[in-house]
Design a protein around this ligand. Structure first.
Ligand code: SF4
Ligand code: SF4
Length: 374
């Protein structure tokens, strides 16, 4: 019995209808019984084996999505002709089902109906209205030269300083939306119409040659440099300074909600918003630590099974980069614990003070950064 959505009410109402018999059980056999059929079942609600005579047997088959990697749409993307190259949604095509229903990882293509999740025909018809409205918004935004979503209205595109490109292909491989093709040498070929301005390519580039006019390595680097680091003999401020790089999609609004609810956390912390944790370049973390900050944490959306990242895999890529940051910390003779990443959903705001204060406590246990004051 499958009753998605409000069909549950229908299911409950027919449970009360005389003449309708419902039971839970495993069908063990369907056989001919004269002009009728006999259905045998075990493990029923009563724990008995039963047999029911029936005029007709209808088998309910489960809905199984065609994998989104299936080349039915035959798109021209370096990751393949399907909607996208990973299956976080178990084969359904959606890029963030919570905040951005209908959007796929293929900019300009919107999913409606059973390609998004198991839906009835009526729900699919309603769903198609939402997808059509999204498609209209997309065409209008493209006509105005602005980004489609989620950063709708943004007019900047990633710019590349190709003279210093080493053709390492990190940007082309990590772009969640397949917006970067590459030539035969491996030099990225931007495709602005597909770009969603997430900055993941900027976070990935080891040469730091990707940036936006309004968001780049230097602009955030300057914000990091402007954070005052109190020296241990400066008693006008607490001696610890901890930097938080905060995703503007969920984590920053969650901090706002914490403030609205008058929740407080350590005053040693300074926060800088970023487009997505995927856009965080490790150079910002190295700079913060080498200028004497005692710890750095990243605050962003959940990834993995309970994935909520607005740019599909930005927070996951950040966590992979953070695992590799140990070498950089070792070269500065600093402990791994000075850098951490935390995941929050937008309604997790009440957990933020504890998350932040626990991290501050760990840093206080490690003691001041030895670079402080140099
Ligand atoms: S900004 Fe995001 S979508 Fe655009 S090219 Fe870079 S990684 Fe791809
Ligand atoms: S990540 Fe940077 S260096 Fe590597 S291919 Fe892309 S632009 Fe070139």
């Amino acid at each position: 019995m499958r009753t998605p959505g409000l069909s549950e009410n229908f299911y409950k109402s027919i449970q009360q209808t005389p003449g309708i018999f419902l039971t839970k059980g495993e069908v063990t056999n369907v056989s001919k019984n004269g002009n009728t059929l006999a259905v045998a079942a075990s493990n029923t609600l009563l724990g008995e084996n039963i047999q029911v005579n029936a005029d007709m047997v209808v088998l309910a088959t489960g809905m199984v999505p065609v994998t989104v990697d299936d080349p039915v749409v035959n798109l021209a993307y370096r990751q393949g002709p399907g909607f996208r190259d990973n299956a976080i949604f178990n084969g359904y095509a959606d890029s963030n089902f919570i905040c951005f229903p209908y959007e796929t990882q293929r900019t300009g293509i919107y999913a409606a109906g059973a390609i998004r999740r198991a839906l009835t025909v009526e729900e699919s018809v309603e769903d198609a209205t939402g997808a059509a409205l999204k498609a209209i918004q997309c065409i209008e935004s493209v006509n105005r030269g602005v980004s489609v979503h989620p950063r709708s209205g943004d007019m900047t595109f990633p710019e590349f300083f190709f003279q210093r490109c080493t053709q390492c292909k990190r940007c082309t491989e990590e772009c969640p939306f397949g917006a970067l093709d590459d030539d035969e040498k491996g030099t990225p070929k931007p495709n602005p119409a597909r770009c969603r301005r997430c900055g993941t390519c900027m976070g990935a580039c080891p040469e730091r040659i990707i940036g936006f006019a309004d968001y780049n390595i230097d602009s955030i680097g300057s914000m990091v440099k402007s954070v005052k680091v109190p020296s241990s003999d400066d008693y006008s401020e607490p001696p610890m300074r901890i930097l938080g790089l905060v995703c503007e999609n969920d984590a920053l609004p969650a901090l706002d909600m914490a403030a609205l609810n008058k929740l407080s956390y350590s005053a040693d912390v300074r926060l800088i918003p970023v487009r997505c944790l995927g856009s965080v370049n490790v150079i910002w973390i190295k700079d913060a630590l080498s200028q004497g900050m005692d710890g750095v944490f990243l605050l962003g959306c959940k990834h993995g099974d309970d994935y909520q990242c607005h740019f599909v895999k930005g927070s996951e890529l950040a966590s992979i980069r953070m695992k590799k940051i140990g070498e950089a910390l070792a070269s500065l003779a600093l402990e791994n614990e000075r850098v951490a990443q935390f995941e929050v959903a937008i309604d997790d705001y009440h957990t933020l003070p504890k998350i932040i204060n626990d991290f501050v406590e760990i840093i206080e246990g490690l003691g001041p950064n030895p670079f402080k004051g140099f």
